[in-house]
Design a protein around this ligand. Structure first.
Ligand SMILES: NC(=O)c1ccc[n+]([C@@H]2O[C@H](COP(=O)([O-])OP(=O)(O)OC[C@H]3O[C@@H](n4cnc5c(N)ncnc54)[C@H](OP(=O)(O)O)[C@@H]3O)[C@@H](O)[C@H]2O)c1
Length: 281
């Protein structure tokens, strides 16, 4: 039975993968920070030597944009050095490494979706540290897959849960939401379904994996409230903190070219998520 190490197993994507992957087909080895800190070379090397996974899935990330700007060393430590440590160990045992990355490797200045062949030009520390992590993975591990996504939500702290929490809190009556940011909201469950398709084959390289369609952050918040029938509970105030439009829509070109099953539309994924969780934060 194939062994799959999921690093960052308690996060949005890691927990969705643990829920999705069939333990009749795979032996799942879930770890999080307490078990294996991926920034610690020796811990990673010891874990790999003992458990010998066939596939490593790196769901670890230090992803808060503002925190990355405030703590650049930590951003590079987790997003770059951590990725390198996994890449080196995967290569040492001939394992496949599936590495999660982000739309933030792009500058967000385009006006049409970015495909996998566009040249990344990140402008934030988060984006730069994730791109540097991608480079290590590409250079150090032959059998690698890089999966970039955007606006991922699921179990944990994220935009969907922030809106749900505000809507369920009687003392919060309004919320400011950016109307100049555009991307494709993607549920961790839909992203996990894409990752599952990339486990057992030689389809290596970069894949964009986002739900279909796109929207502004403001439209996304409106859709969340509508899904839980709470439009009257929270007033959304559109704001733009700059003149520029922040556009980070990804095109799943490689999934399309290789005939993989695409994620559902962002509206459908949101509906599924709210139905499954009951709309509780
Ligand atoms: N969320 C998004 O919108 C989004 C969008 C595009 C791409 N991505 C990428 O997708 C991946 C997964 O994102 P996610 O939203 O699932 O992240 P997440 O919910 O923040 O989960 C990350 C998990 O990794 C753990 N972790 C943190 N530092 C670690 C370390 N040094 N060693 C081992 N584990 C550590 C975290 O533990 P603690 O909670 O204890 O820190 C957490 O359980 C990341 O690579 C991220 O960059 C995310």
């Amino acid at each position: 039975m194939e062994k799959i190490w999921i690093a960052g197993a308690k996060g949005h994507v890691g927990s969705a993968l643990c829920d999705l992957l069939d333990c009749r087909h795979y032996e799942i080895l879930p770890t999080d920070l307490e078990e294996v800190d991926i920034t610690d070379r020796e811990s990673v090397s010891n874990y790999v030597r003992v458990s010998r996974p066939d596939v490593l899935i790196n769901c670890v990330g230090f992803g808060d944009i503002a925190s990355c700007e405030a703590q650049p060393d930590k951003a590079y430590q987790v997003n770059t050095v951590g990725a390198r440590n996994l890449a080196v160990q995967a290569q040492a045992i001939g394992a496949k490494l599936i590495h999660l990355s982000t739309d933030d490797v792009f500058s967000h200045h385009a006006r049409q979706p970015y495909n996998e062949f566009e040249i990344p030009t990140p402008s934030t520390i988060y984006g730069k540290s994730k791109l540097a992590g991608e480079r290590f993975v590409q250079n150090l591990c032959t059998r690698h897959v890089i999966v970039r996504s955007s606006w991922v939500y699921g179990i944990g702290r994220d935009f969907v849960n922030t809106v749900l929490e505000a809507a369920n809190n009687p003392s919060v009556t309004s919320m400011e939401v950016a109307e100049n940011e555009f991307a494709s909201p993607t549920s961790a469950t839909e992203l996990a379904k894409v990752i599952e398709q990339l486990i057992d084959n030689d389809c290596l390289g970069i894949y964009h994996a986002v739900c279909g369609g796109f929207c502004s952050r403001f439209e996304f918040a409106q859709a969340i409230l509508k899904a839980i029938h709470a439009k009257d509970k929270l007033t959304l105030k559109p704001i733009s903190d700059s003149e520029t439009i922040n556009y980070s829509v990804l095109d799943n070109m490689m999934l399309r070219l290789e005939n993989f099953t695409q994620p559902v539309s962002w509206q459908q994924a949101l509906k599924d998520y709210i139905t499954t969780t009951g709309g509780n934060d």
